[in-house]
Design a protein around this ligand. Structure first.
Ligand code: KG4
Ligand code: ZN
Length: 354
């Protein structure tokens, strides 16, 4: 078995996977109640919570799987990017287990784990176009092969999940914002408000969400009274209009991403979306159609593998393990968690080594 540990942000998660890719058990402990009171994630509280939550979660994981720690062949843990205090908890725990058992330790890049989990239990193969939409990142990658990732475009300001969280907060929807906004939007009219679709029509596949966020803030100020009236549909209409605009932006950016990606991989036929925002059903539906319009097939992991989870780390670890990408334990233990660790750096570092 391979143990995967994820503690890069505010989710404490772990999973056990067998060498043939069967997930034996996975667990996630939420810290929502701790951070809710502050309206967002408080880094030092997140680290403290991971320290408290991880040991019992791992114990429960082995109970659920019916396995013993001695059955482990390797330990994989997220080592970046993320909140450094949070990363240190999972990485140090994982290193200690690997050291105690004298088995390999695999430092996993969180973005790579999001980007590889769509390969888990699907027919998907490289190359594919990845749209990574999470709380910290919004990027298009051409995923050519394991460790061969080419950045095509990214956000120039906020990440998409961050935009969802901030707009949800403006609308008084609380934390975590993304799922709350999606739920609220269900009863709203997506055409009620006309909003700017940033960078629409620009011939690249970058993103920008700060102007849209400002437009939402102005809208909220203008419609203060209607928003305070529980009988008004204003809140739901604003949520639906925001979500619809995001859909329009993603469709538009996708067109250019496909063109750029096909210059490097002419036979490209698969679009993959991953990261927390990919759990949004409305956006999944829109991207499904948009993929077809670009002669692509969409693959999206089930929602539980889109938001942060332990399985994606165990799976990324397994892919490395099976392809012999296993550093000596001494070197692996010396690898320091990184708050910043761009996905493209993995490819750059590999190119330098070879
Ligand atoms: O991938 P993730 O769990 O953590 C990071 O790596 O950042 O993504 C978290 C982000 C949050 O901003 C959250 O609001 C957003 O994903 N999110 C959603 C939905 N579920 C989670 N955004 C929109 N709709 C959702 N259903
Ligand atoms: Zn994530």
């Amino acid at each position: 078995m391979i143990l995967g540990i994820e503690t890069s942000c505010d989710d404490t998660a772990a999973a056990l996977i067998t060498q043939d890719g069967t997930c034996l058990a996975h667990k996630k402990a939420s810290q929502i109640d701790v951070h809710k009171a502050w309206g967002g994630i408080v880094p030092n509280l997140a680290a403290r919570e991971h320290t408290n939550l991880l040991p019992p979660l791992i114990e429960q994981l082995f109970d659920d799987a019916g396995g013993a720690v001695q059955d482990l062949k390797a330990v994989a843990a997220t080592c970046g990017p993320g909140l450094i205090g949070s990363l240190l908890v999972g990485a140090t725990f994982g290193k200690a287990v690997a050291m105690g058992l004298n088995i390999p330790f695999l430092s996993i890049n969180h973005l790579e784990a999001h980007g590889l989990v769509p390969l888990y239990k699907t027919n998907l193969t490289f190359p594919y176009l990845l749209l990574l939409i999470s709380g910290g990142h919004t990027q298009f990658f051409l995923m050519r092969d394991l460790e061969d990732y080419h950045l095509l475009g990214e956000t120039l300001d906020d990440a998409l999940g961050e935009a969802f969280d901030k707009v949800a907060r403006l609308l008084g929807l609380g934390y975590p914002g993304g799922p709350a906004l999606e739920e609220c939007a269900q009863t709203g009219n997506p055409q009620a408000f006309s909003l700017p679709a940033p960078l629409k029509g620009r011939p690249d596949c970058n993103f920008s969400f700060s102007g849209l966020k400002t437009a939402m803030a102005q809208l909220v100020t203008r419609h203060k009274d209607a928003l305070a009236d529980p009988s008004s549909s204003c809140q739901a209409d604003m949520a639906a209009s925001f979500q619809a605009t995001i859909g329009t932006v993603l469709e538009d950016r996708l067109k250019y991403a496909v063109t750029l990606a096909r210059k490097r991989a002419p036979t490209l036929a698969h679009l993959v979306i991953s990261g927390g925002v990919a759990a949004n059903q409305n956006l999944r539906n829109r991207l499904h159609k948009a993929a077809q319009q670009n002669s692509m097939k969409l693959t999206v992991p089930p929602a539980e593998w889109c938001t942060d989870n332990g399985l994606m780390v165990a799976w990324a670890g397994l892919m490395r393990y099976k392809t012999g990408r296993v550093p000596a334990l001494k070197d692996a233990l010396a690898f320091e968690p990184r708050a910043r660790w761009p996905l493209a750096r993995i490819t750059q570092e590999k190119e330098v080594m070879s």
